[in-house]
Design a protein around this ligand. Structure first.
Ligand code: ZN
Length: 280
């Protein structure tokens, strides 16, 4: 838990005008600040922001609160996540903020950590010589490096062993890798399930990697896509591709496109639409 003292410290250090400005346009009028209210269908700027009181109030729909309430209601996230967001925005650091907010057991924590480290490794590999084939594939699909970064795309080394070795060197146990669905056992060896494939990480609403979808890039008759198996943190039928980004973008756009596949999400992104998800 984050202590009330830390929450109060963040509230005092944050400037509500700056925080709200990072979400919507804020207009300065004399000594006061106004904005078009995002909580109702506002035509005029009805949302008033008081710098002296560090609160906001909409004189049309009545919505009001402090810096945390705004972020909480705007992003539709739990209060404690709003506190973290604000801390992030103002560059406030505290060890307390790094503690997990959700009550996840130790084993789940390790599985999530294995998935995160694997995702980081795959993304890194994509930018190295080992990832050339993956990079070429994405280039052919008109997926720019910026897009690769935005969607945290990656490539799993072909040998199937080096990624596992690196992950184990990072103190991630085979057990966690197994529970995370990353390894397969083959002739008494542990190999990466996604070897030689382009990696599309899948996220949950907490922006945590919960699994992967991996596409083959050669002409073999292997399955075109290999998805993570269902694990403690991943259930294929409950995951939407690009959910974590669409969640934020949909607030501004006011809609979400539901598409059939990743490539649809990328195509929409290329035409400036970020609020789309794909079914798994
Ligand atoms: Zn309003």
């Amino acid at each position: 838990m984050i202590s009330p003292e830390i929450i109060e410290e963040i509230r005092q250090k944050a400037n509500i005008v700056d925080v709200i400005s990072s979400y919507i346009e804020v207009i300065k009028k004399g000594n006061s600040y106004l904005a078009v209210c995002p909580f109702h269908n506002d035509k005029n700027p009805s949302l008033h922001i008081s710098t002296s009181k560090q609160i906001f109030k909409c004189f049309s729909c009545g919505k009001g609160g402090n810096v945390f309430t705004f972020v909480q209601d705007y992003e539709k996230i739990p209060f404690i996540d709003a506190v973290r967001k604000v801390a992030n925005l103002i560059g406030f650091h505290s060890d307390e903020l790094d503690k997990p907010v959700r009550a996840v057991d130790n084993s789940t924590k390790q599985v999530l950590s294995a998935l995160k480290e694997a995702s980081v490794l795959y993304s890194f590999t994509l930018k190295t010589n080992q990832g050339t084939k993956g990079a070429e594939y994405l280039k052919k699909r008109n997926i720019s490096e910026d897009m690769s970064d935005y969607f945290s795309l990656g490539y799993c080394p072909e040998d199937g062993e080096s990624s596992i070795k690196i992950l184990r060197a990072k103190n991630i146990s085979i057990e966690s890798l197994d529970k995370a669905g990353i390894v397969v056992r083959e002739n008494n060896r542990f190999l990466d399930r996604f070897k030689g494939r382009v990696i599309f990480p899948l996220f949950n609403e907490y922006d945590e990697v919960v699994g992967f979808s991996a596409r083959r890039i050669n002409d073999s008759d292997e399955a075109k896509y290999v998805n993570s198996i269902n694990t403690d943190v991943f259930n294929k039928s409950k995951v939407l591709y690009n959910y974590q980004n669409a969640l934020k973008e949909a607030h501004e756009a006011g809609y979400v496109y539901v598409t059939e596949g990743f490539m649809d999400v990328f195509a929409l992104y290329q035409s400036g639409i970020k609020s789309s998800v794909a079914l798994m």
